[in-house]
Design a binder for this molecule. Structure first.
Ligand SMILES: Cc1cc2nc3c(=O)[nH]c(=O)nc-3n(C[C@H](O)[C@H](O)[C@H](O)COP(=O)(O)OP(=O)(O)OC[C@H]3O[C@@H](n4cnc5c(N)ncnc54)[C@H](O)[C@@H]3O)c2cc1C
Length: 659
């Protein structure tokens, strides 16, 4: 098994495997983006991952049992931390004021420092707490349930900021140099995004040029939306270093640096303001001739993007825990409000529309927790969880938005009112308005939902692509192609009938009681999904990469199946059974019923031709069609000509000598 987290002694540089994706029909920019993304993917073998195998039609629920749990010592550490943080925030942090003033009080930061929250991820040998991922996420969950801005400050500092990649990829000397500083209170940040570089990091424009003596790099460029950037003492900065030639072709190099913000030339040019998370210190950072010692290169030249992606693999586990925290808060609000508010002679929670909402939120919160704790435990066990982490992020961030929206709807007009306004007129200050604004970002940061789906699709198709690559690889000898072709035929002759016939034993999983039918559904559907992926590859071949709706729906199905499996296993966890009797089973059962409905809908949509009709319509919009539909509004920005209008305006300008 390839470990997810690794230290400098086990970290291996890029293996430079040949591409298994046909880039022949791509534009030069697309090809570069694909090459950079592929070389950063990492050589880990996802075939050993639970979800990776499930996507290939192998559902192995025994791997989730017993559901991993904390040992007593680890639990005691987490209990203590969560209790202290909760007391501090409940007594001293007014989250509404934080939101209104865009400021997290210094007293709170000092309090968090005193408890050790800002050094949870720093190993004990360097003066930190070195807590497990589970305890780290338990603390994040508690903070996020109260104040998302504070949770994001803690998380950007440690989930993706300097401690995480430094632990994974730093040398002993680098750890000695930086980790004690972080343990002593230095805040950190992660700077990858740029104005022109969001989801596609291949186009990175920030440069790091080595000095002639090779002892320094000079960094120039601009980073956008760096959370904690304006207040951090240390940054991880991804920059372009001189290209290298691999197999006769120039390959872009992205390198990660630790940058001290005291270095001349580092400045914050703007503090960004957002819909939610209003108190985070997030800024545009400018680097002008910033001289960074070569010893500050993390992992090695050219490994920066791989480092960023691997950091995010573990880093994005924090979001599911934070989302579960928000969902629990919603459930708590809905329980109270559902009983308190009486309309039409009945408490709103007891009207069927209210019960539907409460049941959905309870069951979904349970599944979110199941996914969050399962992946956190697996991270502690150093498993390869790239696929599960992406599914956890995708599932929990999307579910969180729906959950908070559902809770807000049940509060009616009060859901839309700010908590301090509610308090001012003597009502309970449930903060759903702020929670809705705060949680909207979760489907965007640390990989958007669209990108998560594409990432998952790439991983899911990898075994098939590798088999096909031997047959279609340009330059392969005929004998090599024949051997690869025969190997593929032999493999699929066994594999394919297994997908078509598999998972149909009605007696399987009998010991699972009320959840047995859900296990059978997951088993059957994982085969169906695996076959659907192969069919899609056969039908669309190289064009499959562009069929994002189809790929996205298949990955949504895989993600729902993973959440169902996690929920069923969590229902049998010792702590759940001991403390909640059969309530875990009831929650898992309802979640699975609702997930099955969503999965059926995805399969139905995959068969329909709506997507193609939608694509044609969208292209028409983008080229200036349906303009009349926008009439009657006051435009928010000056309208620019698009498509045909733009072309005729350009040729008009040309004729007039102005173009
Ligand atoms: C509050 C906040 C905090 C942030 N913190 C940090 C931070 O600390 N460090 C940091 O480096 N960055 C940070 N970011 C940046 C964040 O990670 C990016 O916003 C995110 O990666 C998406 O990039 P983008 O916004 O440029 O979207 P774009 O990449 O421009 O994408 C726009 C839309 O197009 C979609 N899209 C893009 N490519 C494709 C494709 N190939 N196929 C289909 N759809 C596609 C996206 O899903 C998205 O919906 C932060 C952003 C915000 C708003």
């Amino acid at each position: 098994m390839t470990p997810q987290t690794t230290d400098s002694t086990t970290a291996k540089p890029d293996t430079d495997e040949p591409l298994v994706i046909d880039t022949a029909g791509m534009s030069p920019e697309q090809r570069v983006a694909m090459e950079v993304a592929e070389s950063a993917r990492g050589a880990a073998d996802s075939r050993d991952s639970f979800a990776g195998r499930m996507l290939s039609g192998r559902y192995e629920p025994a791997r989730l049992q017993p559901f991993p749990e904390q040992n007593d010592a680890d639990r005691a550490i987490g209990d203590d931390l969560v209790a202290r943080v909760s007391t501090l925030l409940a007594e001293k942090l007014d989250a509404e004021e934080v939101d209104r003033t865009r400021t997290i009080p210094a007293e709170i930061l000092d309090g968090l420092r005193d408890i050790g929250v800002l050094k949870m991820k720093v190993p004990a040998e360097y003066g930190g707490l070195g807590v497990s991922q589970v305890n780290y996420n338990r603390v994040i969950q508690a903070i996020a349930s109260h104040c998302s801005s504070t949770a994001v400050l803690v998380s950007a500092h440690q989930s993706i900021g300097v401690p995480q990649p430094l632990k994974m990829f730093g040398t002993d000397e680098q750890k000695q140099r930086f980790l004690p500083r972080i343990a002593a209170g230095a805040l950190t940040a992660f700077a990858l995004t740029e104005p022109e570089v969001g989801s596609d990091p291949a186009q990175l424009a920030t440069t790091a040029v080595p000095t002639e003596d090779g002892r320094h790099y000079i960094i120039n460029g601009e980073k956008l939306w760096t959370t904690n950037g304006p207040i951090a003492q240390l940054l991880v900065v991804m920059a372009k270093t001189p290209s290298k030639v691999y197999r006769g072709r120039e390959r872009r190099q992205i390198t990660a640096f630790i940058v001290d913000t005291d270095t001349p030339g580092v400045e914050t040019t703007h503090r960004c303001d957002f819909l939610g998370l209003r108190a985070i210190q997030n800024g545009v950072l400018r680097f002008t001739d910033v001289r960074v010692p070569a010893e500050n290169v993390l992992w090695g030249p050219g490994l920066g993007l791989k480092l960023a992606l691997q950091t995010l693999n573990t880093g994005r586990l924090t979001l599911p825990a934070a989302c579960a925290g928000a969902a629990k808060q919603c459930l708590s609000i809905m329980r109270s409000w559902g009983n308190e508010r009486v309309q039409w002679g009945r408490a709103v929670g007891r009207h069927e529309a209210g019960m539907t909402k409460i049941a959905y939120v309870a069951a979904t919160t349970f599944a979110m927790e199941a996914v969050a704790w399962l992946t956190s435990h697996w991270a502690d066990e150093q498993r390869d969880i790239r696929i599960e982490a992406a599914m956890a992020k995708l599932f929990c961030s999307e579910a969180c938005w729906t959950v908070v929206d559902t809770a807000l709807q049940m509060r009616g007009g009060r859901g839309y009112e700010r908590a301090d306004s509610l308090a001012a007129r003597g009502e309970k200050p449930y903060p759903l308005e702020r929670m809705l604004r705060d949680c909207r970002i979760n489907t965007i940061i640390e990989g958007t939902s669209d990108i998560m789906r594409l990432f998952l699709a790439r991983e899911a198709l990898d075994p098939h692509l590798k088999r096909a690559a031997g047959v279609i690889r340009p330059g392969a000898e005929t004998g090599e192609r024949i051997r690869a072709g025969l190997g593929a035929v032999a493999h699929y002759a066994v594999w394919y009938p297994r997908q078509i016939l598999g998972g149909r034993n009605p007696l399987r999983y009998r010991g699972e009681g009320a959840l047995a039918r859900h296990h059978r559904f997951i088993d059957r559907t994982s085969h169906r999904l695996a076959a659907a992926m192969l069919h899609a590859m056969g039908r669309h071949q190289a064009g499959l990469e562009k069929r994002q709706e189809l790929l996205g729906r298949m990955m949504d199905i895989g993600t729902e199946l993973f959440a169902m499996a996690a929920a069923c296993a969590y229902a049998r966890a010792d702590t759940i059974v001991r403390n909640a009797d059969d309530e875990g089973e009831r929650l898992a059962d309802l979640f699975c019923r609702q997930a099955r409905t969503r999965i059926d809908e995805h399969f139905r949509a995959m068969r329909s031709r709506d997507g193609r009709a939608g694509n044609a319509l969208a292209k028409r919009v983008l080229t200036g069609g349906f303009r009349w539909l926008e009439e009657g509004i006051i435009p928010c920005v000056a309208a620019e000509p698009v498509g045909r209008e733009a072309r005729s305006a350009a040729s008009e300008g040309h004729r007039n000598g102005t173009g």
